[in-house]
Write a protein that binds this ligand. Structure first.
Ligand code: ADP
Ligand code: ZN
Ligand code: ZN
Length: 751
């Protein structure tokens, strides 16, 4: 018999299976091999290559070699089928999809039998990070790859070689050189760490459900009993008790010895969230999967699931691929969150994967949100998803009062500060009453652009078409796309004028201004710049909660899911940022973020106040957020989407091209467009095809970018068309231009 093997090779474009003879000892039990990891001879390579058996067949027309070695079996047949489905849906490699389903670190080509002894090779820094930085700055280290690998280690403390290969794009050889030169060390380690270590958590009992909670719980519980797939949307304002329903559904699954998967957005995977589950069920049955865990920790969590010890899996989007047997339910909290869609290959949507898996397993899929995704709500209206509303806050807390401040009027009054008079007064009042305040501004750094007053020149990144942001703590200009930094500019490089001015405000400047205005207030700032080490996200939040800090200032990170009973005031410094995006979801994102951030106020017994500052007080997403009227927002927005033909009324496929060569990328994009246009006209294919245009950010990391946008209804025909287009691209043999395909991207700016 013949095995079809996907080669797990570094050589890209091996997106097909190769045939191999199955060794005699497997006669009669060939099917067991499906999903097994194997070593096979491949091409002219001396070393054996690693691969996965994805299918079995009687014979082959080729003369084939035999599988050299059969190793452990991590995947069952259903996972293989899923990977093949994903490859088709997202136009990516089967092997890239399989990687998501394997234990962390498996793709490393080191020590292949390490899994038995549970030890793994880890790379860690040997030299001081500061010393390394100094060497890099002073040109002592020149190799880009070495620098990338070192920077990756600085961020991650320790890592597997495979992780360095994947994330820092540096090979094993690079790591070896670094080791030889004394920068890093490689250690073989037993992996047995505990991400819950040292946590003392008081056990909680389940709460008697409110009538609305009970109705939602029963509907889902019935569907679990019926063992049929159905999809639910728990639509409840923040604090309406969604999590309590999740807890009690999971409890039911647990009683039936079934496993539950709970997905939460990466950013809200805080210990606070996880602790609520540990407090109810104890840590033994829980596994947590997210990117902030070290590879070793993830490896342990994966095996805890595989061995059936963990019955509750809490994780970010990739946790949907956890090796679960006997699935009982999948729950996706904050289902509107864009982090469920991957922006790296494979560019999958975890919600779609969840739907697929739940259908296979005949279990319910539960989505929860206070501001559902337009598409989800649209499907609920069409009764494809069962709507379960929670209209009241569970602990009787009131919804906050929301006030809109027109910043144009503030300017007219001569107020040039970042705070309107109203917001200033309210902060002062809160300080006097010893209540806490959260201020939200979605831009980090101090000034968001630097411009010459004389000639209008703005300082841009050397590698990207992006303005540099001024950071006051390091006194440098930074690119938020590629990390490039440079010294402050004092003289205009264009005209020599010294009239360099700093514009646009970020969180650093806001913090500075708050300290000037309220010198006695204790403040803390939370954005990517202050949250870098492993736990400091949690540390900041714990500090805010426990150490009498008056004002928390931050970006998006302050918006999600935290429960601070003493916060009674939330200020939105500028609601306009997300409105000005070149993205059909601009209104939706604005509405979501304003509603979410408003939900942080008044979670305790005191009523919360929210002040939203904006230059567009008449925009309907801001008005609807003020009224906390999702329904009205939905009706207005869905009308626009229908009129302009945007999702959910179509699917969007973005074909992106990038290259260091500006002419080549334009040429390739034009040719591919011409090909598509020709096919569409000739075959009368019902899609809307847009011209090839430079991407919204047309240069990132030295690569020029173009894209083609297609609106269509996803179907077998479209799959065929896109695959043919890929073939066309390969036939052009323009190796310096990369092609990327994104199906229904959640962020229209990045490709
Ligand atoms: P959500 O997940 O919708 O934000 P939570 O489940 O976190 O809401 O509930 C908000 C608050 O209300 C929590 O403090 C929770 O303990 C409390 N709560 C939830 N359900 C009930 C209930 N049935 N009875 C009393 N309090 C509840
Ligand atoms: Zn100038
Ligand atoms: Zn840059």
């Amino acid at each position: 018999m013949i095995a079809e093997v996907i080669i797990q090779s570094n050589v890209k474009n091996l997106n097909r299976a190769f045939d191999y003879q199955i060794p005699e000892e497997y006669e009669g039990k060939e099917r067991e091999l499906i999903g097994a990891r194997v070593l096979v001879p491949f091409g002219r390579m001396k070393a054996l290559e690693e691969g996965f058996v994805i299918g079995i067949k009687q014979s082959t027309e080729f003369k084939v070699k035999e599988i050299a070695k059969v190793q452990e079996k991590y995947l069952d047949e259903s996972k293989i089928v899923l990977a093949e489905w994903m490859a088709k849906r997202y136009f990516c490699n089967v092997s890239d999809c399989l990687k998501l389903m394997l234990p962390p670190g498996t793709t490393a080509k080191v020590n292949t039998n390490r899994t038995k002894e549970k030890s793994i090779q880890f790379v860690s820094l040997k030299k001081d990070a500061e010393e390394i930085e100094w060497e890099i700055e002073n040109g002592k280290l020149k190799s880009d790859k070495q620098i990338r690998a070192l920077r990756f280690l600085m961020e991650n403390e320790e890592a597997l070689v495979a992780d360095i290969e994947m994330f820092a794009d540096a090979s094993r050889a690079v790591v070896n050189t670094l080791c030889k030169n004394g920068y890093v060390e490689i250690e073989e380690k037993k992996v047995e760490r505990d991400p819950f270590e040292g946590k003392e958590i008081v056990k909680t009992e389940k709460l008697p459900l409110t009538a609305q909670q009970q109705a939602a719980w029963s509907a889902i519980s019935d569907s679990m009993d019926d063992m049929l797939f159905s999809e639910f949307l728990i639509f409840g304002v923040t604090g309406s008790g969604k999590t309590e329903i999740y807890l009690q559904l999971i409890e039911k699954a647990l009683k039936e010895e079934k496993t539950s998967i709970l997905l939460v957005p990466e950013i809200s995977l805080t210990p606070q969230t996880v602790n609520r589950f540990i407090a109810r069920f104890g840590k033994e049955t829980i596994a947590v999967l997210h990117s902030k865990l070290s590879v070793g920790e993830r490896y342990d969590q994966w095996h805890k699931i595989k061995e059936g010890k963990a019955k509750i899996i809490i994780g970010a989007r990739s946790a949907i691929f956890a090796p679960v047997e006997n699935l009982g339910i999948v729950i996706i909290d904050e289902e509107h969150d864009s982090s469920y869609k991957s922006e790296m290959a494979p560019r999958y949507d975890a919600k779609e994967i969840a739907r697929y898996i739940c259908k296979e397993a005949n279990v319910p899929l539960v989505l929860g949100s206070a501001t559902p995704d337009m598409e989800t709500y649209y499907r609920a209206k069409k009764e494809e998803v069962m709507l379960l509303p929670l209209t009241k806050r569970a602990n009787e807390a009131h919804l906050p009062e929301i006030e809109i401040i027109d910043l144009r009027e503030e300017l007219a009054k001569g107020n040039k500060s970042m705070l309107s008079t109203r917001l200033y007064e309210e902060i002062e009042k809160n300080l006097q009453e010893k209540k806490q305040t959260i201020l939200y501004l979605n831009r980090r750094g101090f000034s968001t652009f630097v411009m010459c007053r004389n000639c209008g020149y703005t300082v841009k990144c050397k590698h990207c078409n992006i303005n540099l942001t001024y950071h006051s703590n390091t006194n440098r200009l930074k690119c938020h796309y590629c990390g490039y930094e440079e010294k402050l500019v004092t003289e205009c490089p264009e005209c020599g004028s010294k009239q360099i001015r700093y514009f646009g405000t970020g969180t650093q400047k806001l913090e500075y201004e708050i300290k000037q205005l309220f010198p006695s207030a204790k403040t803390i700032r939370m954005d990517i710049d202050t949250v870098s080490k492993k736990n400091s996200h949690e540390q900041i939040l714990t500090k805010f909660k426990n150490e009498n800090i008056d004002i928390l200032i931050g970006t998006q990170m302050v918006v999600k899911g935290h429960d601070f009973p003493n916060v009674t005031l939330v200020g939105v410094i500028a609601a306009d940022g997300s409105l000005n995006m070149d993205d059909f979801r601009a209104n939706e994102k604005t509405f979501q973020i304003l509603t979410q951030v408003a939900g942080r106020a008044g979670r305790g017994k005191d009523r919360g106040r929210v002040i939203i500052q904006t230059y567009n007080p008449d925009n309907f997403s801001i008005e609807c957020a003020k009224e906390q009227n999702y329904e009205l927002f939905y009706e207005t927005e869905i009308g626009l989407r229908k009129q302009l033909k945007y999702p959910p009324f179509c699917d969007i496929i973005l074909i992106g091209f990038s290259s260091e060569n500006a002419e080549e990328v334009a040429e390739v994009a034009e040719k591919i467009h011409a090909y598509l246009k020709n096919r569409v006209l000739k075959e009368n294919i019902g899609i809307i095809l847009y011209k090839a245009l430079p991407s919204p950010i047309d240069r990132i990391k030295n690569k020029y970018r173009y894209r083609i946008l297609i609106k269509c209804k996803f179907s077998e025909d479209i799959i065929g068309l896109v695959n043919d287009t890929m073939e066309q691209y390969y036939a052009l043999k323009k190796k310096n231009t990369r092609i990327t395909i994104d199906v229904n991207p959640t962020n229209m700016m990045t490709l």
